[in-house]
Design a protein around this ligand. Structure first.
Ligand SMILES: [Cu+2]
Length: 367
């Protein structure tokens, strides 16, 4: 039996511990013991407890500074909340922690993540969590199926470093994901990540709505199941809404800053061609795999639905830089954001002309 229940006998529990220890040992051998901390062999009961800091996009939880594993307590609540989808309309999102995307979680490889999920959706809809970082059926979803006002708790050892999607996986999964039930879990390597000047959390996702609200008095657009099944979203957005990070709320950096984006694509259908106009990604960890060496000097990063990328760039020229899915018609559906860089460049010949910039009327990408 590969899952934990409060009714498990001590014998089963000890058996599971031996099995888990064996699995981790095998993984460590495969990876030359470079990614799993030796303290993982300690008994689970001895792990100190730590409550995870959950950060709402575009914020990122603080870097892990410890060099030992903990039992990381992750407390998530499902809450239905009407949120803006653009400047005119709202959408009734099914959220984790009242935000879309759900909060970003930061852990360390070897941690035992204890997830407590509370379902406060009063409609009677069941919800759960599938963590792509979890080894086991459903990524944990069968252990976390939660009916109305129920609470479920499960524990998962995090064995691979990387940037992983989590999402609700209750049937039909496409409906739950497209209603906003997704987020990112960063599992740091045992040696941590290089410090950078700025870190941001960004998720792309599609929203499928009818053209008009249900009543003339409402601004809330209902979901279109027909558009969802046809994979024809009328919104493709960063961080939950059209215009989440435009002129009035851009990502910010100074010339000289090293900037890291943790980027996820929740889908549920489209593949993202993630690009930041006017920059080159200095380092990219494709598919969020932190076991691999980064790729260097990339222009556009393909992020499949249900995957991620860690990208880093150096801010070297001041101005506005534009985050897009380079399947570029999606700009018209809301998939555009700005990185605003201030300061003075050290090399004026990086970007110059005698006349300077001129405006482009109605332009969505060069403010
Ligand atoms: Cu759900």
């Amino acid at each position: 039996m590969a899952y934990l229940k409060s009714s498990d006998s001590k014998l089963q529990w000890n058996g599971i511990k031996v099995m888990a220890s064996s699995i981790v040992g095998d993984l460590a051998k495969v990876r030359n013991e470079s990614t799993v901390h030796e303290k993982q062999t300690m008994k689970e009961e001895a792990y100190p407890e730590e409550t995870a800091i959950l950060a709402k996009a575009p914020d990122v939880p603080p870097p892990i500074t410890r060099n030992y594993p903990v039992k990381l307590l992750v407390n998530l609540e499902v809450i239905v909340k009407e949120l803006p989808i653009d400047d005119s309309y709202t959408y009734e999102y099914w959220t984790f922690q009242e935000s879309v995307p759900g909060p970003m979680i930061r852990a360390r490889v070897g941690d035992i993540m204890q997830v407590k999920l509370v379902n406060r959706d009063q409609s009677g809809m069941m919800h759960n969590l599938d963590f792509h970082a979890v080894l086991g059926p459903g990524g944990g979803a069968p252990l976390l199926n939660c009916g109305k006002d129920e609470t479920k708790v499960a524990q998962f050892r995090l064995t691979y470093p990387g940037l992983y999607i989590y999402h609700c996986a209750v049937d039909p999964v496409s409906v739950h994901i497209s209603n906003g039930m997704f987020g990112l879990l960063l599992v740091e390597p045992d040696k941590g990540l290089q410090a950078v000047d700025k870190e941001y959390y960004l998720m792309q996702a599609e929203v499928y709505t009818e053209d008009n609200p249900i009543t003339v008095d409402s601004r809330c657009l209902p979901q279109s199941i027909d558009k969802l099944m046809d994979e024809r979203p009328n919104y493709v957005v960063f961080n939950g809404r059209q215009g989440s990070h435009l002129e009035n709320n851009p990502f910010k950096a100074k010339v000289g800053d090293r900037v890291r984006f943790y980027v996820g694509n929740a889908g549920p259908a489209l593949v993202s061609s993630f690009h930041i106009i006017g920059t080159i990604f200095d380092k990219v960890w494709k598919d969020g795999s932190l076991l691999n060496q980064p790729q260097l000097g990339l222009q556009t990063v393909m992020i499949p639905s249900g995957s991620s990328a860690v990208v880093e760039l150096d801010a070297v020229v001041p101005g506005n830089f534009t985050l897009v899915d380079h399947s570029i018609t999606r700009i018209e559906k809301g998939c555009v954001a700005f990185l605003q860089v201030v300061g003075e460049t050290k090399d004026p010949y990086l970007y110059c002309s005698e006349e300077g910039p001129s405006p482009c009327p109605g332009c969505k990408i060069h403010p």
